[in-house]
Design a protein around this ligand. Structure first.
Ligand code: EZ4
Ligand code: CO
Length: 402
């Protein structure tokens, strides 16, 4: 079997997605997600100019060797652009292998380790009353875990909170918009939100919160400590992870579990946090962390240290990525939770899929391969629209982490 063509499809059905389709001489095709929110065309160019020409004519069955060829074989390793491109090719090759074998990918990965994939949904609103209603709506839908984000009094715009009644979408303009953050106002407000939510919904519901890299270690320690009475399943990305030692300090002060890693590209980003048991959940996912092959490696390392998976699943990770993530989630021993934000309606049609949500569980496709595809004709009707992630500043104008 030979790879005869690889297409890079850029489309914007409600938001931008980059998808790879690998075509083999026998006619079997495979798909992979290559979307890097706000930097889509950089990945598309890396694929078109540097990756695809080297892969034509190769055997698609050689998944590991192709991964090594694209990672080790490129002198300039790692980084989000490179790793998204590798991820897309790797995912597509697993899709092809499943179709050749006549098996869903999770069977190739060792088979089922659980009945379904527990997901968490997003409840967000500007006000606490508003978010109570949103949590109630998710509970009604059957979700067993909910991420809670609200506005902060005194701040005009807060990460994770929708504008109007549209689903939350941070990439909101061609040139980055700016918002203002204050750790004092934020730390003062968040515990009261969770006090209310826990009181309203009782002890069973799993509650999560995303800090989105905005605190210092000692501030994060204080937040974790103040949230302990409300029994969070995790506090996400409390500080940026360039300095893993910062997590040691947080750990010394709080038992609130910690989830990190949605921006990680490789096992090397996660290695110290995992082996020093500084986190409880590793949030790396297929598209940003080198595909199915490499993500499995990260989760295997995590398993040795009692760290569970908590894969990122925001709407900028396409249905192709979610489909692939579910095959991993079902088949690893140390699955924790899977984020489920859903996708814009037109995207659900552009990416026909057979994974399904049933109550608070997602189930991967039982079809051979990943069980997801891209309708290229429909995709062509949604041309790319430049969209950037915002930037964040402190109240005095200092640039901060978004
Ligand atoms: O900001 O996916 O937990 N989810 C997140 C997301 C990320 C976006 C970035 O593209 O933090 O909302
Ligand atoms: Co996050």
């Amino acid at each position: 079997m030979r790879i005869v063509d690889i297409r890079v499809i850029v489309t914007s059905p409600g938001r931008n997605y980059v998808t790879v389709k690998v075509v083999t001489d026998g006619g079997i095709t495979g798909v992979g997600d290559a979307t890097l929110n706000g930097r889509e065309l950089a990945v598309a160019a890396y694929l078109t100019e540097h990756v695809i020409p080297a892969l034509i004519g190769r055997d698609p069955a050689r998944i590991e060797d192709t991964w090594q060829y694209l990672y080790r074989g490129a002198y300039w390793r790692r980084g989000p652009v490179t790793m998204c491109a590798i991820a897309a090719i790797d995912t597509a090759l697993w899709d092809i292998k499943g179709k050749v074998a006549g098996l869903p990918v999770y069977q190739l990965l060792g088979g089922r380790c659980r009945d379904g994939v527990t997901v968490y949904g997003h409840a967000n609103a500007e006000t606490v009353d508003g978010v109570v209603a949103e949590v109630a709506r998710h509970v009604e839908l059957g979700y067993r875990a909910v991420r809670v984000q609200t506005g902060v009094p005194g701040l005009a715009k807060t990460y994770g909170v929708s504008s109007g009644d549209r689903p939350y979408e941070p990439a909101d303009a061609a040139v980055p918009t700016e918002s203002v953050f204050s750790a004092r106002r934020y730390l003062d407000h968040v515990p009261s939100v969770f006090r209310r939510i826990r009181a309203e919904f009782g002890p069973d519901l799993m509650l999560l919160h995303d800090v989105h890299h905005r605190l210092t270690p000692i501030e994060a320690a204080r937040l974790g400590k103040s949230l302990e009475p409300y029994d969070l399943t995790w506090m996400e990305d409390p500080v940026p992870a360039e300095l893993p030692a910062g997590y040691r300090l947080i750990r010394q002060h709080t038992t609130t579990p910690i989830a990190v890693g949605e921006v990680f590209n490789s096992i090397w980003d996660a290695q110290q946090l995992i082996t020093e048991q500084l986190i409880d959940y590793i949030r790396a996912t297929v598209v940003h962390a080198g595909g199915i092959t490499h993500l499995r490696r990260i989760f295997d390392l995590a398993n040795l240290y009692d760290v569970r998976s908590g894969s990122h699943g925001a709407s900028d990770l396409s249905p192709v990525c979610l489909a692939a993530a579910l095959h991993i989630d079902l088949s690893i021993p140390n699955f924790g939770l899977q984020e489920h934000m859903g996708h814009p309606e037109p995207a659900e049609a552009v990416f026909p899929h057979t994974y399904r949500l049933d109550g608070g569980y997602l189930h991967p496709s039982e079809e051979p391969g990943l069980g997801v595809d891209i309708d290229e004709e429909l995709a062509a009707r949604y041309p790319y629209r430049p969209a950037s992630l915002p930037v964040s500043r402190l109240e005095d104008g200092t640039l901060h982490n978004w």
